[in-house]
Design a protein around this ligand. Structure first.
Ligand code: AMP
Ligand code: MG
Length: 426
């Protein structure tokens, strides 16, 4: 039996980073930048006011105090988005709003609070008074945001290889960029196998069960940035399997579920071996021991021949999700150009017990909570690999190493966090 690390290494060795493409900025969340981004403009483009107040010449405020305000003649008002045609000459001021370009002649802004404007206006009025008293001295440059202070024209802004987060989307938009060059999202084709499966929304005949793997897998693909393509359900017949699979042969990754456990191992194995090169492994993990990986002959976007990686996950709904996190997620992230492929792992104090009877690495569904600066983990209850609600109740996978017979209350365990969402558990 190979270890989880060995399996992942063999999988990643056959996964390539995809090519870059130009995408609308708003579609690029979570993707990796494939260009260095420089600014072609100054941000802000012009000197502008940081406050609502009066644009003045600092010199005109010399000696000003609440008791002896300097009175200036108000010659204009300027709002954000427009430019005043007036110039601030000695003895004058222009009423200015936050973000409005600083008018010619002015070298500082005095905020409303440091003027006697309130006393010159009727309550509720906001018109510009003919004159304004300045009640304190201000220095040159006060409350002015300088052109290019955030980003200068021609300067470097974002690195190739950066992951696009909401902040990067905002920065790109602030540069006026409508599109950006990113490594494209992988198309992941998903095929469920099993004569017993029926899709949600349909009646459930006797002996059948609802197909959940297609749905959890598609959601996982979406969550990690890929584009799911659902190939539906294949029965356990060879011709049906081949036919369904053939619709996914231009995807970047194929994921099947089911048909790799001992009972129906053979039909899937035969089919996959005919269509490409498939290895069947038993991986030293629980859940998720049987796993297939290999490549099938397909085509790329231009129709040229290409080998497509195929990951044959087990059928049990929990095994599917756990093996996806362990093996499919890193493959998808690598295709997207991501460098950090591991889920965050924390150390927690176990509050109940996890058994490990057959020397595999156990991933127990657990609820992790933080109390007094320390993480505590407890299992979600019955851990059968068919009990999908155990995934829904937990936020992490508590790990018991291969060579340990189990873990009990008070033991420190590593927990792979699936959702770093403690807010759900408060
Ligand atoms: P298999 O590996 O095909 O033998 O499947 C193992 C177990 O998982 C069986 O109990 C199947 O009924 C169940 N199973 C397989 N595929 C799915 C699916 N897509 N949705 C829900 N359960 C499944
Ligand atoms: Mg099956």
């Amino acid at each position: 039996m190979i270890s989880a690390e060995q399996a992942l290494e063999m999988i990643l060795a056959r996964i390539d980073i995809l090519e870059a493409e130009e995408r609308p900025v708003l579609d690029s969340l979570g993707q990796v930048l494939a260009e260095d981004v420089f600014s072609t403009i100054d941000i802000p483009p012009l000197d502008n006011s940081a406050m609502d107040g009066y644009a003045i010449r600092a010199e005109d405020t010399r000696g000003a105090s609440p008791r002896a305000p300097r009175v200036l003649r108000v010659i204009d008002t300027v709002m954000a988005g427009s430019i005043s045609s007036c110039e601030v000459a000695p003895g004058t001021a222009i009423r200015i709003m936050t973000g409005a370009p600083v008018p010619k002649g002015a070298d500082a802004v005095v905020r409303f609070e440091d003027t006697d404007e309130a006393g010159r206006q009727q309550p509720g009025e906001s018109a510009r008074p003919p004159e304004i008293g300045i009640r304190r001295e201000v220095a040159v440059g006060a409350d002015i945001r300088r052109a290019g202070e955030d980003v200068g024209r021609g300067s470097w802004v974002l690195d190739r290889g950066a992951v696009i987060r909401p902040a990067e989307i905002g920065v790109l938009a602030s540069l006026g960029r409508a599109t950006v060059k990113v490594i494209r999202r992988p198309v992941v084709a998903i095929l469920a196998t099993g004569d017993e499966l029926v899709n949600a929304g349909e009646p459930l005949p006797p002996g059948k069960i609802y197909n959940s793997n297609t749905y959890s897998l598609a959601a996982l693909v979406l969550r990690y940035g890929g584009v799911p393509r659902i190939l539906g359900i294949a029965s356990d017949r060879e011709d049906v399997l081949v036919n369904r699979l053939s619709r996914g042969l231009d995807a970047d990754l194929l994921i099947t579920s089911g048909g790799v456990s001992l009972g129906d191992y053979d039909v899937v194995k035969d089919v996959l071996a005919k269509e490409g090169e498939i290895n069947f492994w038993t991986v030293r993990i629980k859940p998720g021991k049987p796993l297939a990986f290999g490549t099938v002959r397909g085509t790329d976007r231009t129709g040229a021949a290409r080998n497509i990686p195929l990951l044959g996950l087990p059928g049990n709904p929990v095994s599917v999700m756990v093996t996806f996190e362990l093996f499919a997620r890193p493959a998808i992230l690598k295709m997207m150009g991501r460098r950090y492929l591991a889920k965050p792992v924390i150390e927690a104090v176990l509050e109940d017990s996890i058994e490990n009877s057959d020397g595999r690495r156990v991933f127990a569904r657990a609820v992790v909570e933080e109390r007094d600066g320390q993480y505590f983990a407890r299992t979600t209850g019955p851990q059968g690999s068919g009990i999908l609600t155990s995934m829904s109740l937990g936020n992490g996978l508590a790990i018991v190493p291969e060579d340990e017979a189990g873990a009990g209350p008070g033991d420190r365990v590593q927990v792979m966090m699936l959702d770093w969402s403690q807010e759900l558990w408060n």
